[in-house]
Design a protein around this ligand. Structure first.
Ligand code: PDD
Length: 277
């Protein structure tokens, strides 16, 4: 079952207008929210980021936080799977003709829940590879927009190279991944690009920083250079679906001789306690 514009309906029965601006222009925003043991994780942080994205593109939030929560709970009740990821998308809605500028329309709302299987600690401990690419995305990466062409191009490149992620850099500074935030550890200090318009302010990014504070790891919200990335002691990526994942190879360069680092394990362990708190 999925939620579409006020109704819960089987996915194969759900359809939208061809004039929907989400379809015509990618004129919409989205969120991905993890659910662990039936509990929605960091719900209000996700709803706040959704509000920020909506404000940035002038779409009225169609629901209050409680109304969102009702929709999520009803959707989750259709499945007994303990760990799920809620995907929600709001587009500006359908117009009568195609034009770039817009009038006030009735937003289209789609929500679905898919099962979420985070990788086990053993799987993560093998480490993952990434490739680096120049960040040619636009300059409002803080908006969680459904217009994801650049991210799609990067993700397909990663797939072709059998890599987990593409790590992006702008002016020699590491911004984030195509679908994640990026961290490096050097001499027991954690570095990550500061929030702003060059990256998406990841909810998991905040949790990693919270975990780093708990583990007494020094934090610098300063973008590492590409050179620092390649000579880092540890490299991690984070997202709601991947949690904190260790990267042990970037391009042809092994990180920490290809071994997962000790700080990653501390952060991973603390993250697991936050998930089930
Ligand atoms: N992507 N940066 C980008 C470009 C992302 O697409 C994502 C997440 C993140 C991490 O954000 P968070 O920790 O809030 O999930 C950072 C989601 C999972 C996606 O597009 O499916």
């Amino acid at each position: 079952m999925v939620y579409l514009n006020g109704e819960f309906t089987p996915k194969n029965k759900a359809s939208i207008s061809v004039m929907d601006r989400g379809f015509l222009f990618g004129d919409g925003v989205y969120e991905v929210i993890p659910v662990y043991a039936g509990k929605i994780f960091r719900l209000y942080e996700h709803l706040q980021r959704l509000q920020n994205s909506l404000d940035a593109i002038q779409i009225q939030n169609p629901y209050s936080n409680n109304e969102w929560l009702d929709i999520f709970n009803r959707l989750l009740s259709f499945s007994s799977t303990a760990n799920q990821a809620l995907y929600l998308q709001i587009t500006r809605g359908a117009d009568v003709s195609r034009k770039h500028s817009f009038e006030a329309l009735i937003p289209s709302v789609f929500v679905e829940a898919n099962s979420l299987t985070p990788k086990s600690r053993t799987e993560l401990e093998t480490g993952f590879s990434a490739i680096s690419q120049a960040d040619f995305r636009w300059q409002r990466c803080d908006i969680k927009s459904t217009s994801l062409l650049a991210n799609i191009i990067y993700s397909q490149q990663a797939k072709a190279c059998h890599a987990e992620e593409v790590i992006l850099h702008r002016d020699q500074l590491v911004t984030e991944g195509a679908t994640s935030n990026v961290f490096i550890v050097k001499d027991s200090t954690l570095f990550t690009h500061p929030t702003g318009t060059n990256i998406l302010s990841g909810i998991t990014r905040d949790l990693v920083l919270e975990s780093a504070k708990y583990c007494n790891l020094a934090i610098q919200e300063v973008a590492p250079t590409l050179t620092q990335l390649l000579s880092a002691d540890e490299v991690w990526i984070s997202s709601s679906t991947r949690e904190v994942m260790p990267i042990t190879k970037v391009d042809d360069q092994l990180i920490n001789h290809g071994k997962v680092g000790e700080h990653w394990l501390e952060i991973y362990n603390h993250y697991q306690t936050l998930k089930h708190a």
